[in-house]
Structures are given as structure tokens and as C-alpha cells.
Design a protein. Sequence first.
Length: 161
Amino acid sequence: MLRVNIICIGKIKEKYFTDAIAEYQKRLSAFCKLQIIELAEERIRSNTPNDAQIAEVLDNEGRRILQRIGAGDYVAALCIEGRLLSSEELAETLESVGVAGKSTADFIIGGSYGLSEAVKRRADIRLSMSRMTFPHQMARVILTEQIYRAFEISSGGKYHK
């Protein structure tokens, strides 16, 4: 059974988001072992951070993300400049992970400043959810739903119409 990790910066506090994620986690248990790994968000003491401060945040968060990725893991970094995939293409991508002999797929969601270049370089695919911008908490709900939808597509389930 494929292990799927969602490695993300920050915690979700809103109950409606955590409830939605919990529902998809429950549904996904039939298809994969899903783990959500929340890493602390780096703090900047300034309301108007400069480029160097932002770079330091990205570097620190990136190092902690990379520590959670296994050497043989398939990695999808969610970033604005990433590739847009349909739900069917995501299903094909997850199928190919298993066919390639990988046992773990990691989806990475960065903090409010995005992802470090080191994390993006480690990724097997840079994935964009949309050309629109979503709050990180909502992105996690959408990603969890899309992973569930991908498994339903691959199994011939009725969820995806």
C-alpha cells in the first residue's frame, strides 16, 4: 500500500478545515497510508520583512522539510510556477509512483512565502493547484480531496463523475 505524506508548514486551527481533512483521511485509508506532517512556521519579527529575512525563513523551513523526505520518495512540490494537472493526470501520476517501485509519495505545501529552491530542486514534479491563489489551509483541504479523487479514479469508483 502506497504511503502518502502531506508535509506542510503551519497548523490548521479552523475546525471546518480540520473536519474536512479528517473526512478525506478516513476515506483514503482504503487506498493508502496518509500522514499529515505539520512543521512549525518560521517567524519574522518585522511587519515588512526584507528579501534577506524571507530568504532565511525559506531556507530554514526548507531544511526541515527536506529532513522529512526519504531518499527514495517521490516528491511533488506545490508551487505557483508548477504544472497544472487534471484529476485524471494526478491519478496517473500516483499510479506511476507505485509502478516505478516507490513506496512513498510526498506532497509539500510551503509556508506563506512559498518553498525554498532546495525543496523545489528535490521535487520530482512541481505541481500547481490552480492559477488562483488559495490560503494554505484551504490548499491542504483541496489537495487531500484531490488525492482521494485520484485513488477513486484509479480504482474505477463512482466518486469522480
